[in-house]
Ligand binder design. Structure first.
Ligand code: KE4
Length: 427
């Protein structure tokens, strides 16, 4: 493939944008390839600046569950833009989005819109602290909840990818109340609460980890968190920025039958526009200004364009059979890749929940960050480059998720599996 224009664009980008990218993981640092610059996309396909076509399994890191630029979203956005793109005032659209989230997500009785997943999780932690009057909170090693200071401890996603153990600029004061525990380890959580439970405001967890690769909850893990939070009066927060509307219409909390006190959302609910949300029990949410004392705000919160895009997308996801189709495509994709690895004699650990999956290049059974970290990232990098050259985009890191959506046909999936068989045979 010719990547001349992407290479030229990167040379221009690095002069004016740190690392040439507006989010580190896009720099392809851990996969030893020059980043490709996208130009346009439709359905399951994206085209780069050089006109190369790819079947896309990144999906903008999750939002493109219908595929890229679905007509229903474009039509809704086009109509709204002629009416106004931002008002800084309440609109009916925000009411309809809030009513939709209340209707669909089991834990949500009230919700506040923001403009990113980072804002959603940062605000949820502040709210839980304000509501309980406690300072500390628990997160899990390898979970990534965006880049607010207190949450950037032992985080996943780009920090793991770039090998950044902790981030300069995050002060001891900012991170001092963050308790980091091993994922899938209820005993460790219980021990922490026995030691200082009366000082712990919340547990925040990715109910299915998507930022150390895909790591599902072990049976009893989410239920255990719910029990401990009930015993100690702590707020249970499910960070469903990835899993919301992804692993079920009502997210992981619907799929696994565990209801948190607060839920954070993002990605899919914006239909490709900047969005985030946090919602949950009315009693907690009414601690938020202007009703309550916990301040939180945002110029573009509830942006009407993002609202119509999200509402149009969610309407499609509410159609009968959608999640059966996503499950079937996810299974076809993940199991086919595992068969290809097995045929090539490469030890891998495959994980999948619905339409999000991962293939760890390790013989370990991956259940947490230490086991995920045994993966051979060099092999993953060779796999990534081989697939890219054959016209398939995967996450540029071993420690992310692959996403399939409603635009992926069986032919798309089978072509990816055939390409993987070639690439893995050469690794
Ligand atoms: P944003 O601030 O990037 O919208 O959301 C932060 C966030 C919060 N919670 C979870 C579970 C998330 O996965 C994310 C962001 N996900 C990463 C990819 N794993 C975004 C990609 C990037 O950082 O460029």
């Amino acid at each position: 493939m010719n990547h001349a224009k992407s290479v030229r664009l990167m040379a221009e980008a690095v002069k004016v944008i740190p690392g040439g990218v507006n989010s580190p993981v896009r720099a392809f640092k851990s996969v030893g390839a020059a980043p490709i610059f996208y130009d346009h996309a439709k359905g399951s396909r994206v085209w780069d600046a050089d006109g190369n076509e790819y079947i896309d399994f990144v999906g903008s890191w999750g939002p493109m569950i219908l595929g890229h630029t679905p007509d229903v979203v474009l039509d809704a956005v086009r109509a709204q833009m002629l009416k106004g793109t931002s008002f800084g005032a309440p609109t009916e659209l925000e009411v309809r989005m809030a009513e939709t989230l209340v209707d669909v997500v089991p834990s949500i009785e009230m919700v506040r819109m923001v403009s990113s997943g980072t804002e959603a999780t940062m605000s949820a932690i502040r709210l839980a602290r304000g509501y309980t009057g406690r300072d500390k909170f628990v997160k899990f090693d390898g979970n990534y909840h965006g880049h607010s200071d207190a949450l950037l401890c032992a985080a996943g996603s780009g920090l793991i990818t770039l090998g950044i153990p902790s981030t300069p600029g995050v002060t001891a004061g900012a991170a001092g109340d963050t308790i980091v525990l091993p994922y899938n380890d209820v005993a460790a959580v219980r021990a922490a609460f026995e030691e200082q439970g009366e000082r712990i405001a919340a547990i925040i967890v990715e109910p299915v980890s998507g930022n150390m690769g895909v790591v599902p909850p072990l049976p009893g893990f989410l239920e255990g968190l719910r029990t401990v939070c009930d015993e100690y009066g702590a707020v249970l927060i499910f960070d469903e920025v990835i899993t919301g509307f992804r692993v079920a219409l009502g997210g992981a909390q619907e799929r696994f039958g565990v209801t948190p006190d607060l839920t954070t959302l993002g990605k899919i609910i914006g239909g490709g526009f900047p969005v985030g949300a946090f919602g949950g029990k009315r009693e907690i949410m009414e601690y938020l200004a202007p009703v309550g004392p916990v301040y939180q705000a945002g110029t573009l919160s509830g942006n009407p364009v993002a609202m119509v895009a999200g509402l149009a997308l969610i309407d499609e996801l509410r159609r009968p059979g959608v999640y059966d189709r996503l499950e079937a495509t996810g299974e076809r994709f993940a199991s086919g890749l595992l068969r290809a690895a097995e045929s090539a004699g490469i030890p891998v650990c495959g994980t999948r929940v619905g339409s999000m999956s991962c293939m760890f290049f390790t013989s370990a059974n991956v259940v947490d960050w230490p086991s995920a970290a045994t993966s051979d990232t060099e092999s993953y990098a060779r796999y990534f480059r081989g697939m890219l050259e054959r016209g398939f985009t995967l996450a540029p890191s071993q420690f992310e998720a692959a996403f399939v959506g409603l635009a992926h046909t069986d032919e798309d999936v089978d072509a990816a599996i055939a390409a993987a068989a070639e690439v893995l045979a050469e690794i």
